[in-house]
Ligand binder design. Structure first.
Ligand code: ZN
Length: 266
């Protein structure tokens, strides 16, 4: 059961297959994020992404930006748990708590004036990498360190090409990079149902992304597993190999059966 994901074009084109993660993987993520919470919430996206790489089959050897990793984690979550997030919020203005249903959308925003190649001096530059907003300032440094990801139609060394650029040409190159990157918009602006003030949900923060990968806490997940083993014929291995949304279906069927049994007994 795979889902194929495609986005971007030209240098930013990506294609890969995603396989839903299993209950045992969900449990390990919950375990890891609760054991070393501080460290995890700082570098969490990279760690979780490395951990879930076994569920991703890339069509090519891509160099992924942090936003791309976040996007892939959202897509993995939507096929493993559900397509919408039940988000618990506290209004920053009136301090009242409330729940919100956040759909997992296609967060990809294609560049408006896409150019696959770029002419400057004697060169045609085919630019194949993509950059995030906060990385643009370092684009020059990055290009120098990613020489292999740039092809020119000219034999001349790409490093010479970069070294020969004057300030004006650098600005042109920079705007080319800026215009052509695949953008992602994760931010969600919502209104408080009580005081109607607007607030932003940081859907691209490490802690938020990690929190959406499971609808359970470690304790509620262990409770579910022990209840399922106690009231049904499932073994721990059976449950571990269920996809989280599958497990949810079994739990609700089990609850309905137990309720029926109680009714009969009355
Ligand atoms: Zn409010």
């Amino acid at each position: 059961m795979f889902k194929t994901i495609k986005y971007g074009s030209g240098y930013g084109q990506r294609e890969f297959d995603l396989e839903p993660y299993k209950s045992w993987q969900e449990r390990e993520i919950l375990l890891a994020s609760s054991l070393n919470e501080d460290e995890f919430l700082i570098s969490g996206i990279d760690k979780i992404f490395e951990y879930l790489k076994t569920n991703i089959i890339f069509k090519n050897d891509y160099k992924l930006t942090k936003n791309e990793k976040i996007y892939i984690l959202y897509m993995l979550r939507s096929i493993s748990v559900s397509e919408s997030i039940n988000s618990k919020n506290i209004c920053p203005e009136c301090k009242k708590p409330f729940d919100l249903e956040l759909p997992i959308e296609n967060f990809v925003k294609m560049p408006e004036n896409f150019q696959n190649s770029f002419e400057l001096n004697d060169y045609t530059l085919y630019y194949k990498d993509s950059f995030e907003d906060n990385e643009i300032e370092n684009y020059f440094f990055k290009i120098k360190n990613n020489i292999n990801s740039i092809e020119t139609s000219n034999e001349k060394d790409i490093e010479n090409f970069i070294n020969e650029l004057n300030i004006e040409e650098e600005i042109i190159l920079k705007s080319f990079v800026e215009q052509n990157k695949t953008k992602f918009e994760f931010a969600s602006i919502k209104k408080c149902p009580y005081c109607k003030s607007e607030f932003k949900i940081p859907m691209d923060s490490d802690s938020f992304v990690i929190s959406i990968l499971s609808e359970d806490s470690l304790i509620s997940l262990y409770k579910t597993i022990s209840n399922m083993i106690f009231h049904s014929n499932y073994s721990k291995t059976d449950i571990d190999n269920m996809i989280p949304f599958e497990r949810g279906i079994f739990v609700s069927l089990l609850d309905a059966n137990l309720k029926e049994l109680r009714e009969v007994k009355k």
